[in-house]
Design a binder for this molecule. Structure first.
Ligand code: BTN
Length: 261
């Protein structure tokens, strides 16, 4: 464990109502909950290990960006060990997105405000409130990774001031108990994860599409320094983005940052 972490608690199901699938580890402050959990994963900690920190000194976002991590916001990571090939692992970020949304809906009773932005951002009234960072181990000879870490960051108390496309729950008048929110998200993640293991991606994909920005929404995406504009046209059976260009051709994109126009 890094010297920047102070370990204040570790117990199974310490959060009331948290499924026994999870082993809950709580830290005062860490560099990044993903980094702590990757270390535990390499030390053979079991599937379901959940690391929560009250703040992060080096919170990581997607594409090498930093993740704003002050006390009061929510940062946690969950360890999974699905025996599936690397080619389908990115579907787990959709699994986690569904859990984040369901947790937020249950706790706020806001059924319509939370929508997905591809691939795994959660928007509240069109501003980003949550992000997911998925990392996994190198694969074995069968192309199966040993572990997957799903990191979830949620702006509860405040969002980064310099980003006018970000928001927080408090800015919208929602004041929530972090433990209840963790429990709601984690328990739903277990449910969607087990459904995905048994039935595959189709059901997850359909639910995601139901609550994403609508088809036809104008979007832009930057790929290799080139900006592409078009209309959102759904996601493929493996989660890639389908964009309809203004010349009516379609393009399938597997990675990048989408902006809603
Ligand atoms: C994104 O860029 O949208 C992904 C943000 C993911 C942030 C979370 S906070 C908990 C976990 N630990 C990290 O360092 N990052 C993820």
């Amino acid at each position: 464990m890094g010297t920047t972490s102070s370990f204040i608690n570790y117990s199974v199901s310490k959060i009331d109502g948290l499924s026994s699938f999870f082993s809950y580890c709580k830290y005062e402050s860490v560099d990044s909950t993903n980094e702590i959990l990757k270390d535990l994963a390499n030390k053979s900690f079991p599937e379901g290990t959940l690391v929560h920190a009250l703040m992060q000194s080096k919170g990581k976002g997607r594409s090498g960006k930093a993740w704003y991590s002050p006390k009061g916001n929510l940062f946690f990571s969950i360890l999974l060990r699905p025996k599936v090939p690397i080619s389908v692992i990115s579907q787990l970020s959709f699994v986690a997105s569904l859990a984040v949304r369901q947790g937020l809906v249950n706790i706020t009773n806001n059924m319509n405000g939370f929508i997905f932005k591809w691939p795994n951002d959660m928007l509240l009234n069109n501003k980003k409130i949550s992000g997911i960072l998925l990392e996994c181990s190198p694969t074995n000879v069968s192309n199966v990774p040993d572990w997957v870490v799903i990191g979830i960051g949620l702006n509860i108390f405040e969002s980064p001031e310099e980003l006018d496309f970000a928001t927080s729950l408090n800015e919208h008048g929602y004041f929530v108990d972090l433990n209840i929110l963790i429990k709601e998200i984690a328990n739903h993640l277990e449910k969607f994860y087990k459904d995905w293991l048994i039935n595959g991606f189709e059901n997850i994909r359909n639910i995601w599409l139901k609550y994403s920005h609508p088809k036809g929404k104008k979007i832009s995406i930057v790929i290799q320094n080139k900006k592409i504009e078009g209309k959102f046209n759904g996601i493929t059976s493996d989660g890639s983005l389908i964009i309809k260009l203004f010349d009516n051709s379609t393009k399938v994109i597997s990675g990048g940052e989408v902006n809603l126009i």
